[in-house]
Design a protein around this ligand. Sequence first.
Ligand code: ATP
Ligand code: MG
Length: 424
Amino acid sequence: MNLVDNSIQAVRGMNDLLPDVIELWQHVESAARDILHAYGYREIRVPLVEKTELFARSIGHVTDIVEKEMYSFEDRSGDSLTLRPEGTAGCVRAAIENGLLHNQVQRFWYAGPMFRHERPQKGRYRQFHQIGVEAFGMQGPDIDAELILMSCRLWEALGLRELTLEINSLGTPESRTRYRKVLIDYLTEYRDQLDADSLRRLEHNPLRVLDSKDPAMRDIINRAPNMFDYLDDGARAHFEELQSYLNEAQVSYVVNPRLVRGLDYYTHAVFEWTTDKLGAQSAICAGGRFDGLVEQLGGKPTPAAGFAIGMERLAELVSLVGLPDIDSAPHVYMVLPGSLAEHRGMRLAETLRSSGLRVLCNCGGGSMKSQMKRADKSAARFALILGDEECAQGKVTFKNLRISGPQELIDQSSVVEHIQKRLQ
Ligand code: ATP
Ligand code: MG
């Protein structure tokens, strides 16, 4: 039987992240973690699976995610559960359930996989990862500005320039209701030109028509009435103050009145960071304010704002602009021909690791020649060779694998010092 034909493959759109890629991801994640902590955000981890109703109620029934992208299933007790398609709903649920929102200000961040049954393509997967933040209990545009400045600082730390920031205001629920009416009237005029999705949204959620990705809809969308003209004074003032924060911090942005975001729960300021370097899937970070969501999910009215970064797209972008040297190669490869050497070598390796060195032991035996080959392949800087003779004398042979030169016979007791000198 052919083994390959019989092998099981990963689920379409769900990727393995192999060690070479993980190093890049860890670099991005650790930069993000440092920055989030510098702004006082604390990590929260919530389950990957929640009741389906949580997402339906928060994201909105008439959205791409809830209508056609969720991985929902009945568990063995007959409950309808869903693999989380995004992080905000679970985070809000957890905050309410654990009493974290009573008269308190909270700043949380999370990271992990999300699941959406989309058409897999470059930058769009069925299991993908987000780093997200949510801030609760702060009403003013200052917190919106903080979120944007925090994301700016991350791009800077990762060496990313030339990202575009788009912002918009979706206003208050009242101003949205007014705009909704005007938009329905406008779109109804073009009823016969709307695609099937847009027609359905026209009934239940007309703002989402503005978010259509169908190029045939672009013209109609571009000529639609402008949401700004329907904002009330409060929403306008909020949005203007956010802009003055951004101006003071010299953050460039574009106001895009068509930016509506794919989830229903947003109000007031929304924003999106895009790049022109990744092709069609250009958004790497998106967020905004969602003042109604906590109450919608059964909590007390609580203002809130947040964003989520798409890790796959961000990591791809970082790899395009060039990575800093990530040095995770071993410092030392232990070449251990013979069983006495294997035992002594294992102990010596522990001593080296205790002094902070990364050490790879040759496990599984092999001739001197084949072990030296493995040492070369391991990308280690140095080899330590422990043959029978070295064992008998309490010595070890030191060889620089990257620079040619004579091997040196050194005392086992001075090996740490010897290596550290050469690492400087
Ligand atoms: P898009 O318009 O690209 O579908 P979205 O509005 O659905 O994005 P959000 O739900 O706001 O995306 O998620 C925030 C970020 O997560 C996006 O900007 C993107 O970088 C990333 N993202 C969303 N869906 C996917 C996916 N299926 N695969 C990879 N990354 C994704
Ligand atoms: Mg989407």
